[in-house]
Design a protein around this ligand. Structure first.
Ligand code: 5CU
Length: 366
């Protein structure tokens, strides 16, 4: 089998979603500020629309690489990526009104499917769910409908669930439907940590604290809540691909497991019996992307979940080079180097992480 490179962490805002962001006045939105009239800016993260900041430090510049699928293919070709599993970027459909949720999800997912159809064999997708809908039945209905979209291989989900996180009992029918339809979750952060965690000088370090620390901690907390609440014992077939190599999960897994084993409250409640350990869950329910930018991180991911459960990603179109027109994106090169340095001469194992694992887990070559 020729070895292919697959990017499982690569985003798009389809044109209708971009129009929606342009039509909005509050987060999330796209805006041209009067003091920087030549560039649109994408304002999505909590707190990044602070009017006391100059417009050029609010959000990030946005161009066709965020919505034009030709730009995705250009990026893939430039970085030798054969297949991309595209997903709507954050904050997905979390902010849509309950009344509009079902229709917006259908429209967005159909549009993403059409983008995939334009490039046979090169694009697959994680669909978005109408999580703000008035009832989980609406979400379950969209999950069932996804079967009709040939390129959909899972769903992308933030950490908020229906508003109370992913350990909410109200999500049971959603997890059931995902298992039934064999659709893995791509779990991705957006909300970060409360702004106080970054301190009063946070503004002086741009996006570094929320992206480098807030995002990974958010993912770690979300998946740990799922583990502690027994979701993976209830849904043994539930598969979750964690963004950014699981945040800090590979490093903290031992500590989390030990805290569970020593918790008197869990013991008294009978919750320590019959549970699977975090290590079993990491090796049967969890996949980790390789968007971790270091050999140390890749080794930790493989140590935690095993060499067949880690998958290359880029986070395109985020983290573009700061100086224009670089031949290759530094963020992508760093992730490629992390994999090749982690594996050294073990080419087969490196190839698995670069593509084979995703092809097999997400059934990309049928
Ligand atoms: O740069 C950023 O803010 C982001 C983001 O919002 N989402 C993402 O996936 N990567 C980077």
């Amino acid at each position: 089998m020729t070895s292919k490179i697959v990017d499982v962490h690569t985003h798009v805002y389809p044109p209708s979603y971009i129009s929606l962001l342009r039509s909005r006045e509050k987060l999330p939105y796209i805006r041209i500020f009067p003091d920087a009239p030549n560039a649109s800016r994408l304002i999505i993260l909590p707190g990044e629309d602070d009017p006391s900041k100059p417009s050029t430090s609010r959000g990030r510049p946005i161009g066709p690489e965020y919505w034009d699928i030709k730009e995705k293919i250009y990026f893939m070709d430039k970085h030798k990526i054969d297949i991309s599993v595209i997903s709507l970027a954050n904050p997905w459909l979390d902010f849509i009104s309950p009344e509009a949720a079902a229709e917006t999800a259908e429209k967005t997912n159909d549009e993403i499917e059409e983008l995939c159809e334009k490039y046979p064999g090169r694009l697959y997708a994680f669909a978005a769910l109408p999580l703000s809908a008035s009832s989980p039945d609406i979400i379950v209905k969209e999950i069932a409908r996804l079967k009709s979209l040939k390129h959909v291989r899972g769903v992308i989900l933030g950490t908020s669930g229906l508003g109370k996180g992913l350990d909410d009992e109200a999500l049971v029918p959603v997890f059931e439907a995902l298992c039934e339809n064999q659709l893995p979750i791509f779990l991705h952060p957006h909300y970060g940590l409360p702004s106080e965690a970054y301190g009063p000088k946070a503004g002086e370090s741009g996006h570094v604290l929320p992206l480098a620390l807030g995002f990974p901690m958010e993912t770690t907390i979300a998946v740990t809540r799922m583990i502690v609440s027994g979701i993976f014992d209830q849904f043994k077939d539930l598969k979750v691909l964690l963004a950014h190599s699981g945040g800090t999960l590979p490093f903290l897994a031992g500590r989390i497991e030990s805290c569970i084993q020593h918790d008197g409250h869990l013991k008294k409640a009978g919750k320590l019996e019959g549970r699977r350990s975090i290590w079993e869950i990491l090796r049967s329910n969890i996949y980790l992307d390789g968007v971790v930018y270091s050999e140390v991180g890749i080794r930790a991911a493989i140590g935690a979940s095993g060499g067949t459960r880690v998958m290359f990603g880029t986070d395109h179109p985020f983290f573009p080079p700061l100086v224009g027109d670089e031949k290759e994106w530094l963020s992508v090169r760093t992730n490629y180097d992390a994999i090749s340095n982690a594996f050294g001469e073990a080419k087969e194992e490196a190839e698995a992480v670069l593509g084979r694992n995703a092809i097999q887990a997400l059934n990309l070559e049928d």
